[in-house]
Design a protein around this ligand. Structure first.
Ligand code: HEC
Ligand code: HEC
Ligand code: HEC
Ligand code: HEC
Length: 486
């Protein structure tokens, strides 16, 4: 066998000679041209790639059962003596509760596990949910993990030593926990090793943890039917914040002057582990700004007046709502109050776009596919919205393989109209109202309120999910006045 000398081979491409021989036939010339073109394409694409574009992509096999719980340190060990502030922040964030949180427990054990055991199309989620919610259990092959009440290490959920030993990603697009992890290796962090003096562990400067793609590895999810059922990172990447270099971290892990370890240095830009989102009413409040105006200021009973509501998303880096969109509901409620205090509820004016019926609250049933897991054949479903009929809903409906609306994101085969409010988007809604003849004369106030609920009420009631999940958060409100005259 001939030994190929690489530099010699490349030289031969240009000169037409190789290994002392010559390439004279037309076939040789064509293949030479082909190889040159390929080289050129490779070279050009290497130059065109954004800096660090795919530097973190490392191909690797699935981790199900590849490690053991003991390969990871506990959050307590990280937090008890050294990283106490970070530990307490994390403790109060959903990150540490992703397995024990009641609604998660109910959805996994009451719906997902039994459904996965009955329907082979979704069998993978029995293990798969844990890839993001209880990564230690997934990697230990503990499927399903013990229930929260048993106090196993599944309860540690998204723990310090998961994030801080992640070094990259298996594919270009982050989704379905496709991160690459090195348990036992140095802790990945924002600062170079020579700056950090840890008595307990080695550190390495990460050029991946600081990227939105790191977050996206758990904040994008594809269903077994190949549908994007969670796309917070993808929404962000198509929006204005990505372009401006404002990452997830800048809003959810803000920087403050602080020590990061009790005996360590103080930094001006220490990363806070707040991870505050839908479960922090303060984070949700004010996300959308609301203004309402009438088209005329003096109205006559029996004649229409049109109110226009402008809704501006000034706070989120992705759409609102994002994440578990199948559960969330955001709605705009408008009502008029006349001088005598009579209240009139105003239904939204339909715009006529396709799929709009899912964005106007109505008296319809949905979520019939919960009957599969619950052994209720022919289950009629529960109310779809649980908010006043006629209110505008900002949502994207998820559909099961039978085309019925579902809150089971793993059983989602298609998506409906995306009528959520994008980052920095303004949506306008109109409400045409004809005051009845018996309306009181004088000042009439018209209020527009945008509300948010983490889980649609009828589903929560049906599954007995704790009330905190259906707390109504007032995102914003505004009012205007008109005068009713004779
Ligand atoms: C290993 C998977 C994983 C990674 C990596 C990850 N997250 Fe999360 N994140 C989760 C899970 C799981 C939850 C909690 C789900 C729940 O409510 O049970 C969560 C919750 C959150 C919440 C709170 C949502 C709420 O409802 O209040 C925010 C905010 C958040 N993550 C932001 C981030 C940011 C920013 C990053 C990157 C710096 C990140 N996450 C990286 C898995 C991950
Ligand atoms: C969801 C992932 C995630 C979890 C969970 C997490 N961290 Fe972090 N941590 C990060 C990210 C992202 C950074 C900033 C990294 C960067 O920008 O390179 C960070 C930074 C740090 C830093 C360095 C801060 C600085 O400014 O120098 C320390 C120390 C740290 N984390 C400790 C912990 C401890 C202890 C826990 C558990 C109580 C924990 N982290 C949990 C993602 C996480
Ligand atoms: C410009 C600030 C900003 C940026 C950038 C941003 N977010 Fe958010 N995020 C918010 C606000 C405000 C909320 C609260 C309103 C809501 O629930 O959507 C939120 C909510 C969330 C939630 C809770 C959603 C839910 O319903 O459970 C998650 C998870 C989240 N963000 C993750 C991310 C991730 C991951 C990124 C980066 C890909 C990111 N965020 C980028 C501001 C931001
Ligand atoms: C790719 C990662 C990933 C997978 C896989 C995943 N989740 Fe989640 N899940 C998240 C993240 C991140 C959140 C929280 C923030 C949000 O709403 O975006 C979340 C939120 C939730 C919530 C809502 C929590 C709340 O309080 O509102 C439930 C319930 C839930 N997941 C259950 C499941 C079940 C059951 C499965 C499996 C069928 C599953 N998840 C699979 C990442 C994942």
């Amino acid at each position: 066998m001939k030994q190929i000398n690489t530099p010699e081979f490349f030289k031969s491409l240009f000169t037409g000679t190789f290994e002392g021989g010559s390439m004279r036939s037309s076939i040789e010339r064509i293949s030479r041209a082909l190889i040159l073109t390929t080289l050129l394409v490779v070279l050009v694409s290497a130059i065109m790639l954004p800096p660090g574009g795919n530097a973190n992509v490392i191909e690797e096999d699935d981790y199900l059962g590849k490690f053991s719980y003991d390969d990871f340190e506990t959050a307590k060990a990280c937090g008890s003596a050294c990283h106490s502030l970070i530990y307490e922040q994390w403790k109060q964030a959903m990150m540490s509760q992703a397995y024990v949180h009641h609604w998660d427990e109910i959805e996994y054990f009451k719906l997902a596990v039994p459904h996965a055991e009955k329907d082979e199309n979704v069998a993978e989620v029995k293990a798969g949910c844990n890839g993001c919610h209880a990564p230690l259990s997934y990697m230990a092959g503990d499927v399903p993990p013990p229930k929260p009440e048993e106090g196993s290490r599944a309860n540690e959920a998204v723990t310090c030593d998961v994030c801080h030993t992640i070094v990259g990603i298996k594919e270009e697009t982050p989704y379905n926990f496709n991160w690459v992890i090195r348990p036992g290796g140095p802790k990945q962090g924002p600062r170079p090793a020579e700056m950090v003096d840890s008595p307990h562990h080695e550190v390495a400067k990460s050029d991946f943890l600081n990227k939105a793609e790191f977050c996206g590895s758990c904040h994008n999810e594809m269903s077994p039917y190949g549908v994007w059922v969670k796309s917070t990172h993808l929404e962000w990447s198509e929006g204005p914040y990505a372009e401006e270099g404002v990452r997830c971290h800048d809003c959810h892990m803000t920087k403050a002057k602080s020590r990061t370890a009790s005996m360590g240095n103080e930094y001006d830009d220490a990363w806070m582990h707040l991870f505050h989102g839908a479960h922090d009413p303060g984070k949700v409040r004010g996300t959308i700004e609301v203004r309402i105006q009438p088209d005329i200021r003096e109205v006559i009973p029996g004649e229409p007046v049109k109110f226009t509501v402008a809704l501006f998303n000034q706070k989120t880096g992705h759409k609102f709502p994002t994440g578990s969109v199948e559960d969330r509901i955001v709605w705009l409620h408008v009502e008029a109050i006349d001088a005598d205090g009579n209240v009139y509820h105003l239904p939204v004016d339909a715009k006529g776009f396709e799929g709009e019926e899912y964005t106007i609250a109505a008296d319809v049933l949905a979520y019939q596919d919960m009957g599969i897991a619950l052994d209720l054949p022919g289950f009629a479903g529960v109310q779809r919205d649980g908010v006043p009929f006629g209110d505008r809903i900002f949502r994207m409906p998820y559909f099961d393989p039978q085309g019925r609306m579902t809150i089971q994101q793993w059983n989602t085969k298609s998506l409906g109209v995306d009528y959520r409010i994008g980052p920095r988007e303004t949506k306008l809604e109109t409400y045409t109202f004809t005051p009845p003849y018996e309306v009181a004369l004088g000042t009439m106030k018209v209020h527009a309120t945008i509300n948010y609920q983490k889980l649609v009420q009828p589903v929560a009631e049906f599954l007995e999910v704790p009330e905190e999940e259906t707390e109504i958060i007032e995102v914003n409100t505004h009012f205007t006045e008109v005068t009713v005259i004779d």
